[in-house]
Design a protein around this ligand. Structure first.
Ligand SMILES: *Cc1c(COP(=O)(O)O)cnc(C)c1O
Length: 842
């Protein structure tokens, strides 16, 4: 436990800290002073500067205010000698931070005033911030929401990730096809929300070989990892502010750089090029985020990234521990827990073993006793293509010492299995960490090394136990638990939907911001005509905001009276954007060939990125564009139907999209979407869901009641059964609507001058082997959409359902999720951070 060497010293530190922030008042005059100081004195600009510099000046002013609380938080954690959790994740999809920081620090109004006095609108500065897109989709965004909630709950949790120089690519559309542009989010020089901490740099090693020998006196086995290539991991810290509670936690992102700027011997020998190339090799590790969502690509550089994250982070924690405890690790597991966000950081298991064995001279059993009480694993997917395995040959070359440790872990694990199930060779084969093709199963490695394993929604966690991890569940049932995902209501309701925030504050007070269950009080208002009208106004305003975004990005004008029907998420076959398109083609066919009455006007918006190597997903994007072109240009269609593909879907786009949505499309093949979090953002903002019983949809439907949810499609169990004798052709023959849709597609109605481009896509749907059973759910989906049309005609009724969706979204706050992680896995104590006195407090 931490006991600062000297209490007086810490007190003195606190006094000095108070002095350091004397000039940092939170009133608008102080904020104006800071802003002008940065704009003029630091950046050498003036008022008439591009928005970006103004944004930067404001962000630095806010960062100054964060900095003191950040220090305070660090001091509070240090003094309390508390247990800490570390969230290891290859992705943190942060998005913008200015609005969020203003909201959480409670500075929004004074900043608005300060800027107003200078003739600047806060909203414009906010737009100048680039998204920190250090993630692909749900998994990375979840990590960012977790960080927000942990700080708000005052939990001592630190995030560890990678500082990719290029984040998620930016999507551009050319002739209906996705084009990927790099995302140079750091190009304007500094990212205002990070602080480099060069003094905490670590060395991470790759390659080389191991040498073992017995120590002559003790007979101990000593292992040396020699001739390794060394790469420096330089940390950049991002402050994560809690909601008005003085807590500022840390997200530490590692950046790779060469151990030596230039190898001087190469340089002197005239090998200038080789010397620089080596530096670039090192820097390549954190050059770019792999843009694959829910699939692995097996590239060596990806494995390097994973080890780089794990090794630097573990070394960091161990170093911190040793500074206070020397080499006494007896209580290490009591004070440290690492949560693995999917299998990507699974090398934490052998790496922590390596550190304890080789660097701290532990024997195997003592080291394993620590490791196996310190790690916890979150599974994010059941999709077989997403389950990571790495060839032992690659590990042998890149991380020879870790491979030895993995073999030893596996040997000991398998003998444990053999004790419990003697002579069950098939079980040994199924459970082994190393498979028969000589590949390391990262999920098994994580399972064996962790004391907790969780899925991310009730259904998903059940399917894990019954299917993928069945054998492991039989061995260690007590390790398995569920933690249904959530989203942070600060970003996804308060910041993204200021109009609704205002109405909520006025109606039920501000308590909901940290206790989202308080939204339940809205239910009393569902028959209050004045409130219903206010709700309607808020929704109309948000639809106008979304329509403006669509117009700005696509030129297409939407009628905001129409039903806004939205599907935004990564483009993937299992998410079934195709099913959505089939339905839209069906609506188009009804307009063209009847019967078109009764009718509900509809604007369908689809957005999302395809992994650059995922051909089918890219064809789906092209299909959406071609169908949109036909629908939007047809004078017979008019206002009745519009289809737009909104390019470059990201966090800040979602902040405009989810408040402006009437109907949220959550239509994945049942059993495929682990949880989903987009579904929760929509619900919280008052959209109704059309969805299958998949992931967290199940729990959303439970919360809002079946009468407030448009359910369709096969259930997970039925999907498994249907696959056995699936006959899509027969479905087409039996269904005139579906037949009409497929005839249009097959006749090339949407690709008259581009023959054949959709053939694979059509053949996929018509194949009895279609894993996504798209056509199986068409009829049921179409009928559910008819119920949607009907319901939307009754606007007061729709508003009531909308209110109920928001009112019952409390359980989908990550505050609830984090409380459960803490109570059931981490067992941390919340740490209060005392407010610091400032002389000019606003
Ligand atoms: C919430 C979110 C996601 C996850 O969406 P799902 O519908 O759950 O797949 C992906 N990308 C962004 C930018 C998000 O904000």
């Amino acid at each position: 436990m931490y006991a600062p060497d000297n209490e007086d010293c810490a007190n003195f530190e606190a006094e000095v800290l108070a002095k350091a922030m004397r000039c940092l008042g939170n009133d608008s005059a102080s904020l104006e002073t800071s802003f002008l100081h940065y704009l003029y004195n630091t950046f050498g600009r003036q008022l008439a500067s591009p928005d970006y510099y103004q944004f930067k000046a404001l962000s630095f002013s806010i960062r100054d205010r964060l900095m003191c609380q950040w220090k305070q938080t660090w001091l509070a954690h240090y003094r309390s000698g508390t247990k800490k959790a570390y969230y290891l994740s290859m992705e943190f999809l942060i998005g913008r931070s200015l609005i969020n920081n203003l909201l959480n620090l409670g500075l929004e109004e004074s900043v608005r005033q300060a800027l107003h006095a200078l003739g600047i609108a806060l909203e414009e500065l906010e737009q100048a911030e680039r998204d920190a897109g250090l993630g692909n989709g749900g998994l990375g965004r979840l990590a960012a929401c977790f960080m927000d909630s942990c700080a708000t709950l005052q939990l001592p949790v630190m995030g560890y990730g990678l500082r990719y120089k290029y984040g998620m690519f930016r999507q551009r559309i050319q002739n209906g096809y996705q084009v990927e542009d790099p995302d140079p989010w750091l190009r304007h020089g500094e990212y205002p929300w990070e602080v480099q901490r060069a003094d905490y740099t670590c060395v991470v090693r790759f390659g080389g070989y191991t040498r073992m020998y017995k120590e002559p006196h003790s007979g101990r086995l000593i292992v040396h990892w020699e001739h390794a290539e060394e790469v420096l991991a330089v940390p950049y810290d991002v402050p994560i502010a809690g909601f008005r509670n003085q807590t500022v936690n840390t997200l530490r992102l590692w950046s790779a750089t060469s151990a030596e700027d230039f190898d001087l011997s190469d340089f002197n020998a005239g090998s200038y090029f080789e010397a620089v190339a080596e530096k670039n090799d090192a820097e390549a590790i954190t050059m770019v985020l792999y843009p694959n969502d829910a699939s692995e690509n097996g590239k060596e550089l990806r494995l390097r990234q994973q080890y780089f994250l794990v090794s630097a982070s573990l070394q960091d924690v161990v170093r911190h521990w040793k500074r206070a405890h020397g080499s006494d690790f007896s209580r290490f597991a009591e004070f440290n827990v690492f949560q693995l966000n999917d299998t990507h950081p699974s090398l934490a298991v052998p790496e922590l073993m390596r550190i304890l064995l080789d660097e701290e001279q532990f024997d195997w059993d003592s080291a394993w006793a620590i490791v196996s009480r310190t790690l916890a694993y979150t599974n994010h997917t059941l999709l077989p293509e997403a389950l990571e395995t790495w060839p032992v040959t690659l590990l042998q070359r890149l991380l020879p010492r870790l491979l030895e440790v993995i073999y030893e872990i596996n040997g000991r694990f398998l003998s444990q299995v053999a004790m419990k199930w003697p002579a069950d060779r098939d079980r040994l084969r199924r459970m082994s960490i190393v498979d028969q093709d000589g590949r390391v199963r990262m999920a098994h490695l994580a399972l064996v090394g962790s004391y907790s394993v969780n899925g991310v929604a009730a259904l998903h966690s059940r399917l894990l136990k019954e299917g993928l991890f069945r054998d492991f569940h039989q061995l260690w049932p007590e390790r398995f638990n569920n933690k249904t995902n959530g989203v942070t209501p600060r970003r996804w309701l308060a910041a993204a939907n200021p109009a609704l925030r205002g109405l909520l504050n006025e109606t039920i007070g501000e308590g909901w911001l940290t206790d989202l269950d308080q939204l339940q009080a809205l239910e009393e208002k569902t028959y209050d005509p004045v409130f219903l009208e206010r709700w309607h106004q808020v929704r109309r305003h948000n639809k106008q905001r979304l329509a403006a975004l669509v117009r700005e990005r696509t030129g297409i004008v939407l009628n905001t009276e129409a039903l806004f029907d939205v599907q935004v998420k990564r483009i993937h076959e299992y998410k079934r954007q195709l099913l959505n398109v089939l339905h839209l083609i069906h609506l188009y066919a009804r307009i063209k060939f009847g019967p078109a009455e009764p009718w509900t006007n509809r604007c369908a918006i689809i957005g999302g990125k395809a992994a650059p190597g995922y051909a089918m997903a890219k064809t789906i994007i092209k299909l959406i564009h071609n169908v949109a072109a036909v629908i939007n240009r047809d004078p017979d269609v008019g206002d009745r139907l519009k289809l737009v593909f909104l390019p470059d879907y990201n966090v800040s786009a979602m902040e405009v999209i989810c408040p402006g949505t009437d109907l949220s499309e959550q239509i994945s093949t049942a059993g495929k979407e682990a949880s989903g979090t987009g579904n929760m953002k929509f619900m919280m903002n008052g959209a109704l869901t059309i969805g299958t019983l998949d992931g967290a949809n199940v729990e959303i439907r439970e919360a809002v009641g079946e009468e407030n949810f448009f359910l369709f499609g096969l259930r997970a169990e039925e999907v498994a059964a249907a696959r056995r004798n699936y006959n899509p052709q027969a479905l087409v023959e039996a269904d005139t609507s579906l037949r009409q849709v497929l005839q249009l597609l097959e006749a090339g109605h949407f690709n008259q001058f581009e023959p054949g481009i959709f053939d694979d896509l059509i053949a996929g749907m018509l194949s009895p082997a279609d894993p996504w059973l798209t056509l199986a759910d068409f009829r049921s989906y179409m009928q559910a959409q008819q119920r949607v049309d009907q319901a939307y005609l009754d606007q007061p009724g729709w508003m009531r359902m909308s209110i109920i969706n928001t009112a019952r979204s409390g359980r989908f706050s990550t505050d609830r999720t984090m409380r459960q992680y803490n109570e059931e896995i981490w067992h941390l104590r919340p740490i209060q951070v005392a407010p610091l006195m400032t002389t000019a407090r606003g």
